[in-house]
Design a protein around this ligand. Sequence first.
Ligand SMILES: Nc1ncnc2c1ncn2[C@@H]1O[C@H](COP(=O)(O)OP(=O)(O)OP(=O)(O)O)[C@@H](O)[C@H]1O
Length: 513
Amino acid sequence: GIENKGVNNFDPYIFEKYKYYLLNKIYFSEQLYYYSRCFLTSSVQGLLSVHDIVAQKGYDPELPPLPDNIEEEDEDSVKIISLFKSQEPLGATIKRDESTGAIVVARIMRGGAADKSGLIHEGDELREVNGVQMEDKTPEEIIPIMAQSQGEVTFKVIPVPGIKEELSANETMLFVRSLFDYNPEEDPAIPCRQAGLGFKSGDILQIVNQEDDTWWQACRHGDSNSRAGLIPSRQLQERRVALQRPKALFKPQRVPKKVTGDDLSNKPPPEMGGATQTPTYLEVAPYCRDPKEGRRLVLLVGPSGVGLSEMKRRLLLSDPDHYGVPVPHTTREKRKQEKDGVEYHFVSRQTFEMDIVNHKFLEYGEHRGNYYGTSLQSVHKVIGEDKVCLLDVQPHTVQRLHTTEFKPCVVFVKPPSIQELRFSRRKATFISTQDMTKLTKTFSEEDFEDMISSAEAMDSHYGHLFEMVVVNGDFAMAFNKLRAELEKLETAAPQWIPVEWTSHTKQNTESLC
Ligand SMILES: Nc1ncnc2c1ncn2[C@@H]1O[C@H](COP(=O)(O)OP(=O)(O)OP(=O)(O)O)[C@@H](O)[C@H]1O
């Protein structure tokens, strides 16, 4: 049933025809299967007559007639390609070749019609589209011609030498979480704006082509559109950030934490410098929790006074069976109504200091002459109760917990604009550790400014570790968002976690000490 229409070197045509032929065979077999079921309930005669009808049907593909203006000398080099195009773009970009002046295919977008056909390649010279000569046209004039074409579109191309026709190669299985927002409409450097893929920080992207060092091709995970779009490569994005990044200095926080980190000086911790990573793409892998495994740790991070304790407290209240917090250690005197191991583990100063030496604390600090600290053991206890362990920590502590064992979901709680801070915190107070004469104080303008600049520094140094961002302007809205996102985290299948947490190397599973 395959006919060669008498054109030399016309493999694509035969290939397409053979594809149709096979599809028809399948269709024919399905029909036969359907009618053979009828056979069980109806007469043999009926089936035979149906068979005759089916057998007489023509299943040959109806390809368009070949253009009759193919010149003799073109036969070896010119390829006529006929594609069926829907309203979707073809999925290829074109440009004028600087040296020859010819219109060439610049890029084939993975998953688009051109790619799926396997017939058009990067570098192919475009001579005609539906009989319209391309030679004297600019790419800008050609694009509308292509866009308006629908149904059967015939291309006359001079193939780039040395390329074998093949259907799409297997898709790359590289998934990343984007760590920045991207809008191709606002990017003057993108080679083809229409081919760009916009995304938001946190979106999961599948990178399907990295052949170009500057522009990768990617699909957004979960999108129904399987055609890839152009995104800046990691290298390009790193260069862009390096050029734009203001030297974000870590300003000491004026609003001290109730329990400070293990660096009590309020200076940026020594790891701060080393932590800086350009937020581009984080390689991730799908993860479904084994019910025998502990639940992922939830780490709340943000500048002092932004509302971490309040978020944690509300989450606990909202579902005490699901969420838990580690019981901290303290050296302060136990009050009458308190029970050891409930509000705090009450220990002596000597024991606390021994535990510091033995690295038992994730974080510890001193407040009004007493030590307070969170031990790793108390975190394990909450996880062991099959609860989501909530912790608010200094950002540098996140790095210590960013391991396969804890698989933490890091939530960055961000302050809103200064105007919104002024409005929302007009009645709020916080615990002051600087002014020893007062226990609580109201926020000053300087506190707000520090909160914002501290958040910017955290984002710039540790942004690559943040999985969620919640802007705490209106508290109810921020809390509802956090709660919904955390619920989604529990139910989403799969979740996307850093790829190194899924490799079963011993490297990351070492216990913290
Ligand atoms: N969105 C909000 N609107 C109004 N007040 C808020 C909001 N979020 C938090 N607050 C209030 O701000 C104050 C500080 O919040 P919280 O103690 O939770 O901060 P924190 O991030 O834990 O800071 P620190 O670590 O220094 O204790 C509290 O009085 C809290 O009720």
